[in-house]
Design a protein around this ligand. Sequence first.
Ligand SMILES: [Zn+2]
Length: 478
Amino acid sequence: MPHKHTHHDIDAAGDATVKLARELVKIPSITAVNPADKPASACSIDAIADYAAKSGARVERSEYSGGHHKWDYPVENVYLEWTFGSDKSGNDNGQPAKHICYIGHLDVVPVGDEAKWTTKPFDGEVKDGYLYGRGVTDMKGSVAAFITAVEDAMKDLKAQGNVRVSMILTTDEEWAAVNGTRKVLEWLKKEGQAPDAFIVGEPSSQDDLGSHIKIGRRGSLVGTFNVAGVQGHAAYQELFENPNRALALAVSILSSKEWKDGNENFPNTNFETVALKSGDFGASAVIPGKAEALWNIRFTPSQTPDSLEAWIKDALANPPEWAKAHPDADKLKNITVVANKDTASQPYYSQPAGLAKSAQDAVQTVLGTPAKLDGSGGTTDGRFVSNYFPDAEIIELGLPERGGIACKHHKPDDYLAKGGMHQVDERAAVADLVNLRHIFKQTLVNYAAANDDKPAAEKGADTHANAKQRHSAPRHGN
Ligand SMILES: [Zn+2]
């Protein structure tokens, strides 16, 4: 029987998830790129570490720095771990049979135009069934929901035995992500641990809690086109070289490509010109001396940064027929292409298995609605997992991106203007916070109890064969 909570039957002030989420929202933990923001980062980690310690977690704090010529600022992280019934371990190394790890972040983006906020962005005000505050949806509310879900699930998990639940929390997801999740995953691997499954707690559905569970994300490659021209009088175009001609044709050629590499879970690859720069809007008679475009490609696991760079260079060197017939076609050779491959975000796709099923069943139990698996949306720290734990299953499940301000039946007039993650008036429905906790709890219980995916005895007896078998499962969509 679904037991969905509505706005009316929750005591927001007394609810453990809402209380912890509010406590976290009150800490202005903007990503500490600037040293002045470092104390707030540390404070957010203190708050969650203290909370976890009280519920019996092993707490491992870490601070990493360096690792990049520019983004080397120090980052506070924490690893939390609860082990249930390790004495019943079926594994020869004494590890529990199943390890499920939650990945999240406590840093937030800046508040934007504070005058446009309905509440103070770091007050954590509860109003009309919503908790307001920067970072509540992305993603302090989700962190609070998960840790309170672990507390709720303890009795069941102890009875089940053979399960380990952990959390990796960083304070640098919203910026460079150099010294955050990636470094903790590396440490975890060195510790000899290999979680079987990861839940990335980022927002995963647009409006309705649990409508979608992510099983992958596309990658992101950013780059530029630079064209050198010859500045001069616009009436004498034959004497000079207008760089806008080559640039305009180039972005048209690349934008005209229709990728068909998606599937029912993944949108196709797309090329977007995101910024154009050239000329002077105060000088209408001047051909500019240079022009520049900034582009971003969101790509499926069928592409790589190398293959995309090669595609761009080839499309400009051997343009389609319609572009070959264009009078500016011979100017395409003047374009310098730079693809920022070193900062590209890799895509990932995780074949749905026991965890995806456990989470889908949990959503059905708690909300009475089905959850669709998909791979749309922006990049997350989920992309780092497969580098360290290629056999682990990954899902992403969290609050609605737009703060639950719209549902199936109702969309407010200011739907796009405010209320969502990274926007002014970021908020989360109190009912969604509480229901997310129930969904996480049920997911943990389902996953711990499931024995079709990985029987504990078999895992202990033949870990290698099991890993090999799972490795041979298809890892990419087509
Ligand atoms: Zn986030």
